[in-house]
Design a protein around this ligand. Structure first.
Ligand code: DAH
Length: 358
């Protein structure tokens, strides 16, 4: 019987040594397979006398059962281990916070534009939108900008296809063309109204209602560095009536800047300058009384009294109508408000920068 104990021990050891179901089945074949050791022993019984066959056969059967039991136990153990490994690998950590939908927000320059519109809206200004592909007439000629003005040069302006030689199309270099576009519409609308049935409120004592509008939007120039981008924003302002003076410009713009920067002690300076479409013209500088920018004059807008030639191109009589205009840079205002020192950050689309303004 000693040989049977040895075979059982050897099988149990062999089964314990394997680590995969396939190896286990190979090990099984060595004991229980067609030419396995137990099978051989069975065959070996043929030569034994009948009495011995009985006892030997029973002993071999017991050994076989022991091996089968060890085999099944090992099979189960391997299957359990495999399941455990799979559970571990595919473990779901239900304590992790769920994936949230990213929260968007307005671009910092859009926040500024909304703010500009709200402040001027509260002062009775309409908001007008105009085309970014503009004709040479609205962008330059109608704004009293002479043929030889450097702003018209190829180096400063993106000319685009579509216009004629005499009146080329271009990407507008400023929002000032909206002065003309809006005023012409305004004049046309009220002249038509005058011919039809005029309702009270359309006119102030039969005169043209004042033009009071801002026109924010994208503008383009061949310029690129930390404070210039080929695409940038401007916001035009225009107030034309029968008695609108430089005094009104100073009041309106000062009020705007103090509200925009939430600083009633902000100081403004109107510095004499030149623009073809205004006469006289002024550059507007602001100064913060305190904070990191205190004591420096910071230019925020160009402005002036609308030139008589421009008033005429609006379809109005310059002997009767007068007003002011300004053009400011919302990108610059955004940089000053939030302390951003590189304009390009606004247009790189880096979420780490933009998400700070949510
Ligand atoms: N369009 C001018 C520019 O881009 C800015 C400007 C100056 C606009 C004076 C005005 C103005 O309306 O009156 O530099």
């Amino acid at each position: 019987m000693n040989d049977l104990t040895t075979v059982v021990d050897s099988a149990v050891a062999a089964f314990a040594a394997v680590n995969t179901p396939a190896d286990l089945e190979n090990a099984k074949a060595q004991y229980l397979g067609k030419s396995g050791r137990i099978t051989d022993m069975m065959k070996g019984m043929a030569a034994l006398p009948v009495e011995e066959k009985k006892t030997r056969g029973a002993a071999i059967n017991l050994a076989k059962q022991a091996i089968e039991a060890a085999l099944n136990a090992r099979r189960q153990a391997l299957a359990d281990a495999e399941l455990q490994a799979q559970l571990q690998a595919e473990a779901l950590d239900v304590t992790l916070p769920g994936r949230q939908r990213g929260q968007g927000g307005l671009h910092p320059v859009s926040l500024t534009l909304e703010r500009i519109e709200a402040i001027f809206g509260s002062m009775g200004f309409e908001v007008a939108q105009g085309p970014e592909i503009e004709s040479d007439w609205f962008n330059f000629t109608a704004l009293n900008t002479p043929e030889d003005h450097p702003a018209r040069s190829m180096h400063d302006t993106f000319y685009v296809e579509g216009g004629s030689e005499a009146a080329p199309n271009l990407l507008r270099t400023h929002t000032s063309p909206m002065q003309i576009r809006h005023a012409v519409q305004h004049v046309k609308k009220h002249r038509l109204a005058a011919e039809g049935s005029v309702t009270a409120g359309d006119f102030f004592s039969g005169a043209m209602p004042e033009i009071r509008v801002i026109a924010p939007g994208r503008t383009y120039r061949v310029d690129s560095d930390a404070t210039h981008s080929p695409m940038f924003h401007q916001c035009e302002g225009l107030w034309v009536g029968e008695a609108i003076s430089f005094k009104d410009l100073k009041f309106v713009f000062t009020d705007f800047c103090r509200t925009f920067f939430e600083n009633k002690d902000l100081v403004l300076r109107f510095r004499p300058s030149f623009f073809p479409f205004t006469e006289p013209s002024a550059e507007i500088d602001i100064q913060f009384p305190s904070g990191p920018l205190a004591g420096r004059w910071l230019e925020v807008a160009g402005s002036g009294q609308v030139h008589p030639n421009v008033i005429r191109n609006m379809g109005l009589d310059p002997e009767r109508y007068i007003g002011f205009a300004f053009g400011m840079g919302p990108d610059r205002l955004t940089m000053l408000r939030y302390g951003v020192n590189d304009l390009r950050l606004f247009f790189d689309g880096d979420i780490r920068f933009l998400s700070q303004f949510r």
